[in-house]
Each structure stands twice: as C-alpha cells, then as structure tokens.
Design a protein around this ligand. Structure first.
Ligand code: SF4
Ligand code: SF4
Length: 412
C-alpha cells in the first residue's frame, strides 16, 4: 500500500457555503447522513487501525490531516482528546515520525486556535482565492456574504504567530493572474497550492475549444518565475522537477485515504463531483482495516493504477510521462467512467509545453547535449485528435466500469 496519510473529516458541516464545493454543491448529498462531528469511538478505531497499518507496512512516516466541512467547528476539546490518545500510539511506535496538518477555511482562526496548533505541532493551511473579488465570488457564508475579510485577518495572524502561511487557492480565471499574485505577495505568504477547479466531462463550464485555464496559468508562471522574491507554488515546482525526473509531479493528487465523520473509509473525496454516493466503499474504520480499501474497485484504481490505467489518447500522448492524465476526477464522465483524457487536456499540453520551453531556453545544454526538443503545443494537440478510437480493450472496459450505469448496478 502506498499511502502514508489519512484525511480525517472531523466535522461534516461548514460555516461557509462555497458555490464550487464538492462536499455540498456538486451533486453529492451524502453529508446529510453524516453525524456533525467525529466521535471518540471513531478516533479510537482510527488510532488502532493506523497502528496496525503502520506496523504491517513498516512505515517510517505517517501524517494526519484534520479536514471537514470545517474542522474548526469541532471543539478544542476534541483535538486535545485526540492528541492525548495519540500520545499512547506514539509511545508504542517510537520509530515512526507522525505529522499533523489542518486544512481550514480560516474564518474561525484566532489566538486560542493558534496556541493549540503550536502546542500540538499542527501545521495549518487556509483556503484563500487571492483577491477579495476572486475570493468573495465563490467563498461565501450561508447568507451569501463573502469571507475574505476574516480570512485575510487569519492569514496575517498565522504569519505573525507561526511565521508561516500555507494557502490553498482554487483558480478563478475571472481575475487577472497579476492581481492574484500580488494579493498573495501582499499577504506575505510562503506557499500557495493553486488548484485547478474540479470538473468532470459532464459539468465542465469552460469553452473546450480554448485553453483559458492554461493561458491563465502560463501568465502566472511567467510572473512567478521572474520574481526574485517568490513564494512556493508546488504545481510549478512539481512540473519543473518532473522534467528533471525528480520526485512526483503535482498535477496529480497525493495518495491519501479519507475517513468520514462516521468512520466510513473513502478513497478520494474530490470524486464526490462524479455523482451522489460515488465515493462510498461500504468500508468503515470500526469494522475494517485501512488496507482493505485495496479490495474496492475505486481504491484499486486510485491507489494502484490511476496513473498507469489511462485511456487510449493518454496512453499514446507524447507528454504522458509528465501529465499522466492529470487528476483522476478531471477524467470522469457518466457515460465512459474514467476512460477519457482530462477535461483540461489542451490546457495541460499548453502549460507543460510552456514550462518545458522555458526550461530549454534557460538550460540550452538540454537541447544541445541531451537532444531534447522543445514541445510544440499545437502540434501535440493536433496529433491527439488523430488517435484512432478502435475496438474497446479490456483495460478500457475496466475504466468504463465506473460509468454511472455500472456504479448504479453496484448499488453503493
Ligand atoms: S470552506 Fe471548504 S468545506 Fe466549506 S463550503 Fe467552502 S470548500 Fe466546502
Ligand atoms: S495531455 Fe491530454 S492526452 Fe496527454 S496525458 Fe494529459 S490528459 Fe492525457
């Protein structure tokens, strides 16, 4: 098993109601059946099963990310109890290094929360979409009021008290990259994880004959790469590393396992975008071991094959090694399951080509000594349209087994 991280949904509700949220607003309503908060019994089961998993697979490092909904809706007492119980686990597994993260919308962050993060060594990440205009367009409360003012204060407080600001930003192409970039500079952030919005082939809102997402990202890359006092952007660093074959690229998700508030085990929560109940596996931490996820069709695809089992177009794509089909959710359609290229395919080609071309200009020896040619995005896009569909292979059938019709048959 290749996951070293659990995402714990400690609260299933949220004090915000972001319009693009896959938890509440993209068709999956399973949250309504979840208890509002994770119970002490579920925490016990998580720690017990983590212990067995870590021992069985001889893990040296393991992380927990507190998530939601909004994880700061859970009480401070919940976190104190969790960490008290965790201490016993750490005593039994002294050789394992455990890390703690929390991903919050930031609205409730205050000095008391920051004291708690410091006390237990929990690294917070907050969600900010850049400028107040971009942020308040989608990240609103239940009355439709934007949350930027509170979140800006939270970011400043984190910088002051913890000297580090880690941001997750869903890209909003309605706002100019320069303005988004400068707004983060103004916040004095350290790290911004830019996220391409989660859409499938069934609800993609952009014009697929254009490359609006890539055009935006290319502008952002040029601003970033020429800034001498830049903050970290893992997407760009990951792509540059993948050209040098260092580590993994960052167009794909990290492999984590999700534990819902009631203990249900799920492979990856962004797939809630694929439809109501799509991520359900029938596994629960109280009755099952973590590695049993491998026996579920979704777990098998996600943990073992999602970068290897690609549609025909991706398989024959000249930049497959870098792109690897992009994120799993972006490949989905109700009709053909995961047997599709990414909805952002043209964007991915354009972005990857731009960064690779930059690299070659910067290191001409790559071209001269290694004989690496600059990628021509238009040529690749044109080539991809010529790939013959042909008869459906066994591998393609497997990817199509996630079509809405087949998932219904599984009755999960
Ligand atoms: S803050 Fe996060 S969980 Fe809450 S509505 Fe927004 S995207 Fe969803
Ligand atoms: S660029 Fe398109 S065809 Fe190539 S691997 Fe990525 S999604 Fe697949």
């Amino acid at each position: 098993m290749n996951f070293n991280s659990l995402v714990l949904k400690v609260a299933s509700r949220c004090n915000l109601n972001c319009s693009y949220c896959f938890m509440y607003n993209l068709g999956d309503t399973t949250y309504k059946k979840q208890p509002k908060f994770m119970s002490s019994q579920i925490v016990d089961a998580i720690l017990e099963k983590t212990k067995r998993y870590v021992q069985r697979y001889k893990k040296k490092e393991f992380s927990f990310t507190f998530h939601g909904g909004e994880p700061l809706l859970a009480s401070k007492e919940f976190y104190r109890t969790f960490m008290y119980k965790f201490k016993k686990l750490q005593e039994e597994l002294k050789e394992v290094s455990f890390l703690f993260y929390i991903q919050t919308n930031g609205v409730l962050i205050d000095e008391e929360w920051i004291d708690l993060f410091k006390e237990f060594n929990i690294s917070p990440g907050i969600s900010v979409d850049g400028t107040s205009k971009a942020h308040d367009m989608f990240r609103v409360d239940h009355k439709g009021k934007g949350s930027y003012t509170e979140v800006f204060k939270a970011a400043s407080l984190l910088k002051k008290e913890m000297n580090y600001t880690d941001i997750a930003c869903v890209i909003n192409i309605n706002e100019k990259p320069r303005e988004i970039y400068d707004s983060f500079k103004n916040m004095n952030v350290d790290h911004v994880n830019f996220l391409i919005p989660d859409y499938t082939h069934d609800n993609f809102p952009f014009d697929d004959t254009k490359t609006e997402m890539a055009d935006w990202l290319v502008q952002l890359f040029d601003i970033w790469v020429n800034d001498i006092e830049k903050f970290n952007i893992p997407m760009f660093i990951g792509l540059m590393n993948s050209f040098l074959r260092i580590g993994r690229d960052s167009l794909n998700e990290a492999t984590v396992l999700v534990i819902e508030t009631n203990g249900e085990i799920e492979a990856v929560d962004s797939l809630k975008t694929c439809g109501h109940g799509f991520t359900k596996t029938r596994l629960n931490i109280t009755n099952n071991e973590l590695d049993e996820i491998e026996n579920t069709s979704l777990g098998k695809l996600y943990f073992n094959d999602f970068n290897r089992k690609l549609c025909r177009q991706c398989e024959k794509c000249p930049i497959k090694e870098v792109c690897r089909g992009g994120r799993l959710v972006h490949r989905y359609s109700k009709e053909k399951g995961f047997n599709n290229p990414s909805v952002y395919c043209k964007d991915l080609v354009t972005l990857i080509a731009h960064i690779q071309n930059y690299f070659i200009t910067f290191f001409p020896e790559l071209h001269e000594k290694e004989n690496i040619e600059a990628i021509d995005a238009n040529e690749v896009i044109q080539y991809l349209t010529t790939i013959n569909k042909g008869l459906v292979t066994a591998k393609e059938k497997e990817l199509e087994s996630f079509s809405v019709e087949n998932r219904e048959l599984e009755k999960i």
